[in-house]
Design a protein around this ligand. Structure first.
Ligand code: RRO
Length: 298
């Protein structure tokens, strides 16, 4: 069964997208993800200047997902190694971050032609000002307007679930020119304490939550965003099975982001999810993804 989809004219053989931050640091690994069946892959966010990762432990599994404080490590866009990216066998989404509008614009200008879609990350919980653009609608719309002026590929904006009204935020971001929304980034920050050691386990102390435990929040966020906007949504947060992907499409996503699931199921997860989706659709007599997208709203 055909489960191909399209994001602003960018064709995907299936709706399963590697989310930013997972494996997305070099072309060889991303090509393995593509060969393993992903419909598109997203780079780990690239920033304006070199930045070191946080000390270990920076990622940890808890009962219902993962917690990370990776720390936005980046070579900085000027030193990024682009070798091999031109040969990727699926569309590339380039993710960027900054601390000021000027920094977002600088990185966007330099990198927008490297991928088929540019994703603006305004929602990282692991930096003191990482979410400031997402928590302030004026700041979010200003960054989108400014980036849109300098790039010629579709611009998706990655939102945090930690906002009071994500539908309103998405609508304003759409009005500012965003071509799509990616929702959601990790929830939090949260904290896990080692009671024997009497201290937080992560070296950074706090981190963003992902994985199955946040799926209902991600589904609700996408449901609210779908009601508020016309642009496509990449629904991300706790999607680990084909059934989860279908649930996310029914909430209103056009594609689904997969991150923590790679930790649970390895590279096979992409093909497995696509196969599960097709089987479920056949069994339930759905003929195309179009019939699923937003179906929970009817
Ligand atoms: O690198 C990170 O710590 C990180 C980023 Br940039 C992000 O957007 N979300 C997240 O959970 N971790």
């Amino acid at each position: 069964m055909d489960i191909s989809t399209s994001l602003c004219g960018v064709k995907l053989k299936n709706p399963i997208v590697l989310a930013s931050g997972i494996l997305g640091t070099n072309a060889a690994i991303l090509e393995r993800v593509a060969i393993s069946g992903a419909g598109a892959v997203t780079l780990k966010s690239i920033g304006p200047v070199e930045r070191q990762a946080n000390n270990n432990p920076s990622v940890l599994a808890w009962e219902h997902g993962l917690i990370n404080a990776v720390g936005l490590p980046s070579s900085g866009y000027k030193h990024y190694n682009w070798e091999g990216y031109d040969k990727l066998s699926c569309p590339l989404i380039v993710s960027i971050y900054g601390s000021t509008v000027e920094e977002y614009v600088e990185v966007a200008k330099a990198l927008s032609s490297k991928g088929k879609i540019l994703e603006i990350n305004i929602s990282c919980p692991n930096k003191h000002d990482g979410m400031s653009f997402c928590l302030n609608i004026d700041a979010a719309t200003e960054v989108v307007k400014s980036v849109k002026k300098v790039v010629h590929v579709p611009v998706f904006v990655k939102l945090s679930p930690n906002v009071p009204n994500i539908g309103l935020l998405a609508a304003e971001v759409e009005r500012a020119g965003a071509d799509g929304i990616t929702a959601v980034n990790t929830l939090g920050p949260g904290m896990i304490i080692d009671i024997e050691a009497k201290r937080p386990i992560l070296a950074y102390k706090t981190g963003g939550l992902s994985g199955p435990g946040i799926k209902p929040i991600a589904i609700k966020c996408v449901y609210d965003i779908y009601k508020a906007v016309k642009v496509p949504i990449i629904g991300t947060g706790g999607i680990t099975t084909g059934r989860d992907a279908i649930e996310m499409l029914m909430a209103g996503a056009t594609a689904v982001g997969v991150g923590s699931a790679v930790y649970y199921h390895g590279m096979d997860v992409f093909k497995k999810m696509a196969d599960e989706m097709q089987e479920w659709m056949k069994m339930n007599k759905y003929k195309s993804l179009k019939e699923l997208i937003g179906a929970a709203h009817e």
